[in-house]
Design a protein around this ligand. Structure first.
Ligand SMILES: Cc1ncc(COP(=O)(O)O)c(C=O)c1O
Length: 283
């Protein structure tokens, strides 16, 4: 079955789906995006993802291309046409197409909207959750507004490539005070004793939807939570560590810069969180 994408009002074959060469997303990264997971045919956390898209668009003064209701119809239609049971829907909105000029185009241009679907095997994620991942810390090289979910991801791409080259799965960015901000596409957490610690929301990190859902789940389960910055040294001395994201859910981090966290295996609280989170997603 061929893959189908949505581009500016049309459902087209993924292989030939395209936007104009002068799309400002392509030329200036003047675009924002979202990724939602589809689990057993259900789109997860649609509302908070649409709310974050709207916040990102507002921050860049890009007009909302369609109502949330219309966008959710498009997302469901892409899911249906791709017969997507498990995977992700990617959606991107750029300022639109205009002759290349740094300044905002004169007059009104229509935002470009693209939606694609990709199958994922979540059993592979479940397997990975049993062993965890490794991260390498790196100086923060992103622009000053990573809280806006723009497609300007070059620093993230390069950091991940450098981490991979050194044998690590991902990178954790570290600010000029030596405090961890977040991963290249995930939020960073540590556990000390029975307390979950994750950086407070600010312009410095993306307000992860998984972060927010897990905070709710953890609170309901009576776990202690501190939303505050933590240093690389504190992370290395933590009992457990993990990341959260739409595609990894809750994923244990078992080593940082080659140093084992705890005994180098997913810890007991993290395993509980994984269980709680799957329970939250599947019910
Ligand atoms: C930089 C960054 N931080 C955190 C996240 C996690 O956000 P979410 O849980 O909404 O997927 C992402 C997801 O892509 C990200 O790119």
């Amino acid at each position: 079955m061929s893959r189908i994408a949505y581009v500016n009002g049309s459902y087209v074959h993924h292989a030939s789906a395209a936007v104009h060469v002068e799309d400002r997303g392509y030329q200036f990264a003047d675009a924002v995006y979202e990724v939602v997971a589809v689990l057993n045919g259900k789109i997860l956390d649609m509302e908070p993802h649409l709310a974050r898209l709207s916040r990102s668009l507002q921050s860049l003064q890009i007009a909302m291309p369609m109502s949330d209701k219309a966008l959710s119809v498009v997302l469901n239609e892409v899911k249906r046409q791709n017969r997507l049971r498990n995977g992700i829907l990617y959606f991107q909105v750029s300022r639109g197409v205009a002759a290349r000029e740094h300044g905002f185009p004169d007059g009104s241009i229509s935002p470009s909207v693209v939606v694609t679907a990709k199958r994922l095997n979540f059993d592979a994620i479940k397997e990975k959750q049993k062993t965890g991942i490794s991260v390498k810390t790196m100086v923060e090289t992103r622009w000053a507004r990573p809280d806006i979910k723009t497609v300007c991801l070059l620093a993230n791409v390069l950091a991940k490539a450098e981490a991979n080259k050194g044998g690590a799965t991902d990178a954790w960015f570290v600010d000029h005070n030596g405090m961890v901000t977040e991963g290249t596409a995930n939020n960073a957490w540590i556990i000390k004793g029975s307390t979950l610690i994750t950086r407070e929301l600010s312009n410095d990190i993306l307000a992860g939807i998984t972060r927010s859902s897990l905070l709710e789940v953890a609170e309901k389960e009576g776990l202690k939570i501190e939303e505050r910055s933590f240093s690389v040294a504190e992370a290395k001395a933590a009992d457990e560590a993990f990341i959260t994201s739409t595609t990894n859910f809750v994923m244990p981090v078992v080593s940082i810069d080659g140093q084992k966290i705890g005994d180098g295996k997913p810890g007991s609280i993290c395993q509980k969180l994984i269980k709680f989170y799957w329970n939250y997603l599947e019910n």
